[in-house]
Design a protein around this ligand. Structure first.
Ligand code: TRP
Ligand code: SF4
Length: 405
């Protein structure tokens, strides 16, 4: 276990450029990001290279999709002064790390990633027997490790990729974090913290190594984090020394599993563009209202006097996302007794969805009218991301004896 202590963790997550986002994205991903940006140092990026791993024949829409998606992030409330927003292909350091990691990644690890076979089956119409597609989870590992991210918010389908990332990091540290005189160097580094801290470190390290005391590990890490007179490599040595291995150059990230969104589509299936059942964040209110008014209900309710069953009705799923306990009770009783009509039942949903969209659409208009602002947010984000990425890459190159002559 050579993971990042949670309280200092960076958060990294990426989304493929799909263009305008819908309520499914908002409830499934963005609301989560909104919370994280207040708690951690967050990096959110547009995974445009990832889009190419499956949709390489026609990249012409990627720029527009990138732009529109970033506007929706901002409109949803992602705050560029809290979180760093950037575009993957503008931080070429990801690609170099991907290349270097590819040298030590066994083919079998990639072939065994569940999405590999799944996606090939699901996207039969595309030729996915490419090198890029096989390597895409490793590209994702590079995305994560280049920021030494500790937490990676992802959906269920991506957990295996974070797991692969952990294995690759472990292998990397094992191969390149070993130094012949590791213990001697670690002891020297320890002394640089001063007598008192060195003694404290020894005690905590012993408590962790002899008794598996997790708290001691956390305290010791915090102690290292506080030291201002340690070099990066000394700190890495001491992090590794704490746990007895070698230097930790690439710490292992943890997946932060995003609960599956309960946001249904207009037909009750999962909301997804490919099902044509979405409400986009920037759909005009009149259109949103029309879509909700005409969405299907329990087919048993042919006439107003026919009782229904909310369990068979997509509108009920919306109530589960948007309505209070008392409104839900009103729906249950009213539907089963035919006491309310379906339009009446939809009213609170229409109101809630519109209320949710108003501030989002206001902000979106703001950003739409200032293309230069969006551009400069991304420019700044890319610069900030590159600065961090460069630092990691420096260490990686050094550990792999590259560029040292
Ligand atoms: N692969 C992710 C997806 O398809 C997107 C992604 C790329 C990502 N790199 C990442 C997510 C790094 C989290 C961390 O949805
Ligand atoms: Fe669905 Fe509400 Fe109509 Fe019942 S009353 S069928 S829950 S819309």
């Amino acid at each position: 276990m050579t993971s990042v202590p949670t309280q200092h963790a960076r958060v990294l997550s990426g989304m493929r450029p799909t263009g305008r986002l819908h309520l499914g994205h908002y409830h499934g991903v963005l609301k989560n990001w909104l919370e994280l940006q207040h708690e951690y140092e967050c990096f959110f990026f547009v995974a445009d290279w990832h889009a190419l791993t499956t949709h390489y024949e026609d990249p012409s829409l990627i720029p527009t999709h990138t732009r529109e998606m970033v506007i929706d992030w901002l409109a949803a409330g992602i705050n560029p002064s809290l979180a760093t927003l950037f575009v993957q292909s503008r931080v070429p350091e990801h690609a170099e790390l991907h290349l270097l990691l590819s040298m030590i990644t066994p083919l079998g690890w990639l072939e065994r990633v569940p999405t590999y076979k799944d996606q090939q089956e699901r996207l039969k119409e595309r030729d996915l027997s490419t090198y890029g597609f096989l390597g895409y989870p490793l590209l994702q590992s590079a995305d994560i490790l280049i920021y030494k991210a500790g937490l990676v918010p992802v959906g269920e389908d991506q957990v295996a990729h974070v797991e692969l990332t952990r294995e690759v990091a472990r292998r990397f540290n094992h191969l390149f974090g070993r130094e012949p005189d590791f213990a001697i160097k670690a002891e020297e580094a320890k002394r640089r913290m001063g007598k008192k801290n060195a003694r404290l470190f020894d005690g905590l390290r012993r408590r962790y190594q002899e008794q598996g005391d997790q708290e001691a590990l956390e305290v010791a890490r915090a102690l290292l984090e506080e030291q201002t007179n340690l070099t990066v490599s000394d700190r890495e040595r001491l992090f590794g020394y704490l746990e007895g291995s070698g230097r930790v150059i690439l710490p292992e990230p943890q997946a932060l599993l995003t609960k599956a969104s309960r946001m249904p589509g207009l037909d009750g299936q999962k909301m997804s563009k490919s099902y044509h059942n979405t409400i986009a964040l920037r759909d005009p209110p009149a259109e949103v209202e029309r879509a909700l008014r005409t969405m299907p209900t329990d087919p048993a309710r042919v006439r107003r006097t026919d009782p229904g069953d909310p369990e068979r009705c997509p509108v009920w799923q919306f109530h589960q996302v948007y309505s209070s306990e008392s409104t839900r009770a009103w729906v249950q009783n009213g539907c089963r007794s035919a006491g309310i009509g379906c339009l009446e039942c939809k009213r609170p949903i229409i109101d809630a969805v519109l209320a949710e969209l108003i501030p989002i659409q206001e902000r979106a208009r703001d950003y739409e009218s200032q293309p230069d602002l969006v551009r400069s947010i991304l420019n700044e984000g890319c610069e900030k991301a590159r600065a961090v990425a460069r630092e990691t890459l420096e260490e990686v190159r050094h550990a792999m004896a590259l560029g040292v002559s």
